[in-house]
Design a protein around this ligand. Structure first.
Ligand code: T5A
Length: 224
């Protein structure tokens, strides 16, 4: 009797890093690379990914939560994440679809925790609550000098014919972004079994190849 082909275990991959390092670009490229290897994957992002979480995204990124303080903002990001996990991430993984997310819980730890001053106990508790065991299988941390990343964001604004007013996070000082960069590197060092740091200061094609190498190394089933 023929055995039914074994379904590959669905994987959860997240991209992290500072603003403008190329996460969105590479998330799209990874989805395409996975499709070329017959892997069905959904692309999502944080904050957001579901209608309810997108509503929280708009509220926060318009600066409307600013007066509440960083601790309350961490709670809002976690509320969005809880819905994202329950309504999108967990159901897709359960039915065998891979999930690739542009930012996830490490962003709360880096932005609100390590650079925003929210204590580890609250960050840990929120992470425990929102993830409910759905820790990423692989986190790609894209790393580069924030000054260079800002130039990319400026260039994008020029190309889009926009004035670079920035959302409220992008108005923060460059020094703050340097600390943020170090925060992501610290998270990667403390979670070396899950995180891979890749220099984002290279062309899109080269970066895509480096990311694909990391993904295939972590998930050898893709080499079959
Ligand atoms: N936040 C989020 C928190 O504070 N806590 C949390 O818990 C979470 C989840 C999200 C904000 O919310 C904060 C963090 C953020 O401040 P966002 O709009 O999602 O806001 O912000 P970013 O994730 O920073 O999005 P960006 O679009 O600005 O940056 P990306 O996605 O890293 O970069 P990308 O791919 O859009 O590329 C930027 C530009 O560079 C070009 C692209 O064409 C584009 O023009 N580019 C390259 N140029 C040269 N070489 C390359 N290799 C390039 N790759 C891309």
């Amino acid at each position: 009797m023929l055995e039914a082909p074994q379904r590959r275990q669905a994987r959860f991959i997240t991209f992290e890093g500072g603003e403008g390092v190329g996460k969105s670009t590479q998330v799209k490229r990874l989805i395409s690379a996975l499709a070329r290897h017959s892997v069905e994957a959904v692309r999502t992002r944080e904050p957001g990914g579901t209608p309810r979480a997108e509503a929280i995204r708009s509220f926060i990124l318009q600066g409307r939560s600013e007066a509440w303080g960083t601790g309350a903002e961490a709670v809002l990001f976690a509320a969005a994440r809880l819905d994202h996990v329950n309504a999108l991430i967990a159901p897709n993984l359960a039915k065998g679809t891979w999930v690739v997310s542009d930012r996830f819980s490490d962003s709360t730890r880096a932005y609100q925790g390590l650079t925003g001053g929210v204590n580890d106990r609250l960050i840990d508790a929120l992470e425990h609550l929102a993830l409910d065991g759905h820790t990423p299988d692989l986190t790609i941390v894209l790393d580069m000098d924030p000054v260079v990343a800002f130039r990319r964001v400026e260039q994008r604004a020029v190309e889009d014919g926009l004035q670079l007013t920035g959302d409220r996070f992008e108005k923060e000082e460059i020094e703050w972004h340097q600390r943020l960069r170090q925060g992501f590197l610290d998270i990667a060092r403390n979670n070396a079994d899950r995180c891979v740091v890749i220099s984002a200061d290279q062309g899109e094609d080269e970066l895509e190849a480096a990311i694909w190498d990391a993904v295939r190394t972590r998930f050898p089933e893709l080499q079959a």
